[in-house]
Design a protein around this ligand. Structure first.
Ligand code: SF4
Length: 342
């Protein structure tokens, strides 16, 4: 499916633009190639401006990580365009990608499993620089600088990842991502493997680095409380498609897509009285398989508002209310805030 543009306050020219991006994987039985192909990402369009944070949220398996991996070109899109700084990077070859990797970096969910246990921290952080051809001494100097920048002790450069806690290991992952002075970081669930108290520290660190270095983030998460705190805009994905995107304040105060409304109804409210009064929207069943998506609006089998047209006609992502910095893919978008808050 093709979605239209994205919404929200942005710079005139986005740093990153995805247009109608799809990613299809071969069928389930990989060895034989049999089974229906899986369209993990199905026509995603989104923009990220320089220096902003776009949150990408949705249930596990909705295609948000695949989208992130295509942006940093760990995966090649099947169709559609990915434009970074005015250049289509979606189908660049390995040699052309090399200089680009300086600018686009990724932070992964599980810090310990994403760091090579046999390498020292110095090597781990310096590796992107060595790959780009920096002399070893210069790369080590930069690694020490980065240790300090992310709140670690430079004298610990020769330690191994297992000698650090989960939060410290994530700081190492962030330091590594910063080695080549990128402009955009795709952070894929960067705090979900950490304790709650450590999560706050890593979020603080990411916010500080953004202010100091002017970074843009695509912040992928399923925890909407964290996203609310760190993001300027939010995009909600369901079964490979963006179903709602817009300014954070608007989406959180008055979610327009029934799926966004259900997700937000599960986020605990700080006020206990409001929390008791609030009605949770429990969706029936699990998301369908992307190998066999339902016709029409793919959310219709679980949607409390589904009507006949929803079963046959896929809604386009469009501005639901004139002049509003938010787009919704729904034939019957909500226009009022939820009765008891989100
Ligand atoms: Fe629900 Fe229909 Fe809107 Fe889809 S288009 S979210 S089924 S109301």
């Amino acid at each position: 499916m093709t979605t239209s543009t994205t919404a929200g306050p942005r710079a005139a020219e986005p740093l990153l633009s995805l247009r109608d991006v799809t990613k299809t994987f071969p069928g389930g039985r990989r060895r034989t190639g049999a089974g229906a192909p899986v369209r993990a990402v199905d026509g995603v369009s989104l923009d990220v401006a320089a220096g902003e944070t776009l949150g990408l949220v949705g249930e596990s398996g909705c295609g948000k990580s695949t989208t992130g991996r295509m942006i940093v070109r760990l995966l090649e899109p099947t169709t559609g365009s990915i434009t970074y700084d005015g250049r289509d990077i979606g189908h660049l070859g390995r040699r052309e990608l090399k200089p680009l990797r300086r600018e686009l970096q990724m932070v992964f969910q599980d810090p310990h499993s994403s760091l090579n246990p046999r390498q020292t921290v110095a090597r781990i952080i310096a590796d992107p620089l060595l790959v780009q051809g920096s002399p070893a001494a210069e790369a080590r100097r930069r690694a020490a600088e980065l240790m300090e920048l992310v709140g670690l002790i430079p004298e610990h450069l020769d330690r191994f990842p297992h000698e650090f806690s989960g939060g410290q290991a994530q700081r190492i992952g962030i330091a590594r991502s910063l080695a080549t002075r990128p402009r955009l970081i795709v952070a894929d669930e960067p705090v979900s493997a950490l304790d709650v108290s450590v999560q706050a520290q890593i979020v603080n660190l990411m916010e500080r680095l953004q202010r100091e270095l002017g970074l843009a983030y695509l912040f992928i998460a399923h925890d909407l409380s964290v996203v609310k705190r760190v993001c300027d805009r939010v995009a909600v994905m369901y079964l490979g498609r963006i179903v709602e995107v817009g300014a954070k304040e608007r989406v959180y105060a008055a979610p327009a897509h029934p799926y966004t409304r259900a997700l937000l109804s599960a986020v605990p409210l700080p006020d206990p009285a409001a929390e008791r009064a609030r009605e949770r929207i429990v969706l029936p069943g699990d998301p369908p398989s992307p190998a066999t998506p339902p016709p029409g609006c793919t959310f219709h089998p679980r949607c409390p508002k589904a009507q006949e047209i929803c079963r046959s006609e896929a809604p386009l992502l469009r501005v639901a209310t004139a002049g509003e910095a938010r787009e919704v893919a729904c034939h019957f978008p909500e226009t009022d805030p939820p009765p008891n808050g989100t």
